[in-house]
Design a protein around this ligand. Structure first.
Ligand SMILES: Cc1cc2nc3c(=O)[nH]c(=O)nc-3n(C[C@H](O)[C@H](O)[C@H](O)COP(=O)(O)OP(=O)(O)OC[C@H]3O[C@@H](n4cnc5c(N)ncnc54)[C@H](O)[C@@H]3O)c2cc1C
Length: 518
C-alpha cells in the first residue's frame, strides 16, 4: 500500500506537486497518504520563471487558490501570448519586424471552414499577418487590453490566457497553501541517499534531522537532481546540438511610474547570439537575455542586455544564470520520480518549464498505483514525458531554423539544416505543400497544439504554396466575410475589455477598482 510520499525540494516544482497531490489524494482524511516536503534551508530556489502557459489556470483552480488572491500575492499580470521581434530578419531591415503567437486558436465560428488555406491564398488581404487575420487576440493585446473583464468567473474569460508573475512569490504562496492543505514541511538538507536491494531509494539522509523514509520519493531538487541524477545515475540527454542557448543574464527593472501601461504579452526580441524576454509585472519588468556561450561571452551578453533596456538599466544588478539544455529519458525509476528542473530543462523561449511541471504532476497524480508497485506506471510516465520533451525541442527549433538572419554565427548555425532534427525537417518538407493539420500531431503528447505551429511557421514567413490547388478551396467568399467579421469583432473586443493595468489593479485591490469594472 502507498502510505507516504516524500517530496525533495521546495521550489515551484516541489510546492506545485505537493499542493496538487495533497488535494487530489485528499490527505486530510483519516488513513490517507502522508506527504512530507523537505527543503534545504541553505540552498535557495532558482526563482526565475515568470512566464506561463494557459494550463496553469487549471492547476491553480484545482488546488483551490482564487484568481484575485493569486494576482494579489504574486505580483501577477495576464499573458495573452508572445510577440516575437526581429526573429525573421535583423533589426532595421525592410519588411515586417514582428509577429504574434497568441493563446487563442484560429477562429472556427463558421461551420467546418478552416481559414488557414484561405489566408495562404491571400483571401485575408495583401500583407495581413496570420495572427491578425485568424484571431482577435493580437489586436486585443496590441491595444493593451486585458483578456477578461472583472465580472468574468475565476480563471475564465473571452480570451485564452496565462500569467506573468514573480516566481519567488509564487513559491511562497504555494508553500503557504501546501501547509494549509496538510503537507508536512521539513527544513533540512539531504546529504546522502541510501538505496534498497532493488536499486530503489531506501531513505534520504539529512544533515539536520536524520534519515527520512517514504514509499515514493519525488525529486524536485532542481538542477542538482540529488535523487534521480546523483543517487540513481539517470543521465541528462543534452540537446545543445539543436538548441544552442545555455546561459541567461537577467535584470529587474522598476516600472517608470504607477500608471505605466503593462504589456499583456511577453516580448521576445532576437539579438546577435540569442534573444531577450521582457515581462511586465505590477511594479517592475523582468528582462533577460538568453544566449549561447559558444557564440558570445558573458560580458558581451550583459552589455547587449543593458543596451536593449537603455538608461533604465543603469545601476541595476544583473544576475547570471548558466543552464544545461536537455532532459532525462527515464524520469521515474523504481520509487523515485523527477519533476521540474531535475527532470530536464529546455530554454525558456515558450515558457515550458512550469507547464512541464504541471504535466508531470498531473500524470503522477493520475497514474499513481496505490499498491506501490510502480514499474508499469513509471514506464507509462517515462514514455509520455520524454515524447513531450522531444516534441518541444522540435517546436522551439522551429522558431530559429526558419530565420532569414545571416548577420551572426548564431543565426547562421541555427539555420543550418544539420542542426534541425530529422523529425522537424520531414514535417517542414510536407508543410511546403499543405498547412499543418491536427493529424500531424498526437495531441496528448504535445504541449503545443497545431495552431501554435501555424502561428510560428507563418509568423516566420514560411511559404506553404497552395496556388496550384486553388480548386480545392471553393469557400473563398465565406472566408473573406469571416476575415472581415473578425476585424470588426476585434474592435468591439477592444472597446469591451478593460485596460490590462486597470484589471490587474482591480483584482489585486491595489488602486482604483472601479476603473476595471466597466
Ligand atoms: C533563465 C531561466 C528562465 C526561465 N524562465 C521560465 C519561464 O519564463 N517560464 C517557465 O515556466 N519556466 C522558466 N524557467 C524554468 C523555471 O525556472 C523552473 O521550471 C522552476 O523554477 C522550477 O524549478 P524547480 O522547482 O525544479 O527547482 P528550484 O527552484 O531550483 O528548487 C530546488 C529546490 O530543491 C531544494 N534542494 C536542492 N538540493 C537539495 C538538497 N540536497 N536537500 C534538500 N533540498 C534541496 C532547494 O532548497 C529548492 O527548494 C526558467 C529557467 C531559467 C534558468
Amino acid at each position: 500500500m502507498l502510505r507516504s510520499v516524500l517530496i525533495a525540494g521546495g521550489g515551484t516544482a516541489g510546492w506545485l506537486c505537493a499542493c496538487y497531490l495533497a488535494k487530489t489524494l485528499n490527505i486530510r482524511t483519516p488513513g490517507a497518504v502522508r506527504i512530507q516536503l523537505v527543503e534545504s534551508p541553505d540552498i535557495g530556489i532558482l526563482g526565475v520563471g515568470e512566464g506561463t502557459f494557459p494550463s496553469i489556470r487549471g492547476a491553480l483552480s484545482q488546488i483551490g487558490i482564487s484568481e484575485a488572491r493569486f494576482i494579489r500575492e504574486t505580483q501577477a499580470t495576464f499573458k495573452q501570448g508572445i510577440r516575437f521581434v526581429d526573429w525573421a530578419r535583423p533589426a532595421g531591415s525592410p519588411g515586417r519586424n514582428h509577429y504574434f503567437h497568441p493563446f487563442n486558436l484560429p477562429s472556427s465560428r463558421v461551420d467546418g471552414l478552416d481559414l488557414v488555406p484561405y489566408w495562404l491564398l491571400g483571401e485575408a488581404g495583401e500583407g495581413m499577418a496570420f495572427a491578425d487575420a485568424v484571431t482577435l487576440q493580437a489586436a486585443v493585446a496590441d491595444a493593451g487590453r486585458a483578456p477578461k473583464r472583472r465580472q468574468d468567473p475565476d480563471y475564465e474569460g473571452p480570451m485564452n490566457y496565462a500569467y506573468h508573475f514573480d516566481a519567488m512569490k509564487v513559491a511562497a504562496l504555494l508553500a503557504a497553501e501546501g501547509r494549509a492543505l496538510g503537507v508536512d514541511h521539513r527544513l533540512a538538507t539531504i546529504c546522502d541517499v541510501t538505496l534498497d536491494a532493488n536499486g530503489g531509494i531506501a531513505g534520504v539522509v539529512t544533515r539536520e534531522i536524520g534519515t527520512l523514509q517514504a514509499d515514493l520519493y519525488v525529486d524536485c531538487t532542481g538542477m542538482r537532481a540529488a535523487l534521480i541524477g546523483k543517487a540513481l545515475g539517470q543521465p541528462l540527454v543534452p540537446v545543445s546540438d539543436v538548441l544552442f542557448a545555455d546561459r541567461a543574464v537577467a535584470i529587474q527593472v522598476p516600472n517608470a511610474g504607477p500608471d505605466t501601461p503593462i504589456a499583456s504579452h511577453t516580448i521576445s526580441t532576437a539579438h546577435e547570439a540569442g534573444w531577450t524576454w521582457d515581462i511586465g509585472l505590477q511594479e517592475r519588468r523582468g528582462v533577460g537575455y538568453v544566449y549561447s556561450s559558444r557564440h558570445t561571452s558573458d560580458d558581451r551578453a550583459e552589455a547587449v542586455l543593458r543596451e536593449h533596456i537603455g538608461p533604465a538599466a543603469q545601476g541595476l544588478n544583473a544576475r547570471r544564470l548558466p543552464f544545461e539544455t536537455g532532459y532525462r529519458r527515464v524520469q521515474w525509476q523504481h520509487n523515485c520520480v523527477a519533476i521540474g528542473l531535475s527532470a530536464g530543462f529546455l530554454e525558456p523561449l515558450e515558457a515550458t518549464g512550469i507547464g512541464l511541471i504541471e504535466m508531470g504532476t498531473y500524470l503522477l497524480a493520475h497514474l499513481l498505483p496505490m499498491d506501490a508497485c510502480f514499474d508499469r506506471a513509471a514506464a507509462h510516465f517515462n514514455r509520455m514525458m520524454s515524447e513531450r520533451y522531444t516534441r518541444i525541442v522540435d517546436f522551439l527549433k522551429l522558431h530559429y531554423c526558419l530565420t532569414q538572419r545571416r548577420d551572426s554565427a548564431f543565426w547562421i548555425d541555427n539555420a543550418d539544416t544539420a542542426s534541425v532534427p530529422p523529425s522537424l525537417r520531414d514535417r517542414l518538407a510536407e508543410w511546403r505543400q499543405r498547412a499543418p493539420h491536427r493529424l500531424d500531431f498526437v495531441t496528448d503528447l504535445e504541449m503545443f497544439m497545431p495552431a501554435s505551429w501555424q502561428f510560428i511557421l507563418y509568423g516566420m514567413e514560411f511559404r506553404t504554396d497552395l496556388r496550384d490547388q486553388r480548386g480545392r478551396y471553393p469557400r473563398a467568399e465565406e472566408a473573406r466575410r469571416e476575415f472581415a467579421m473578425l476585424r470588426a469583432v476585434s474592435q468591439h473586443a477592444i472597446r469591451d475589455l478593460p485596460a490590462h493595468r486597470d484589471l490587474v489593479e482591480s483584482l489585486a485591490g491595489s488602486r482604483t477598482a472601479q476603473r476595471a469594472t466597466a
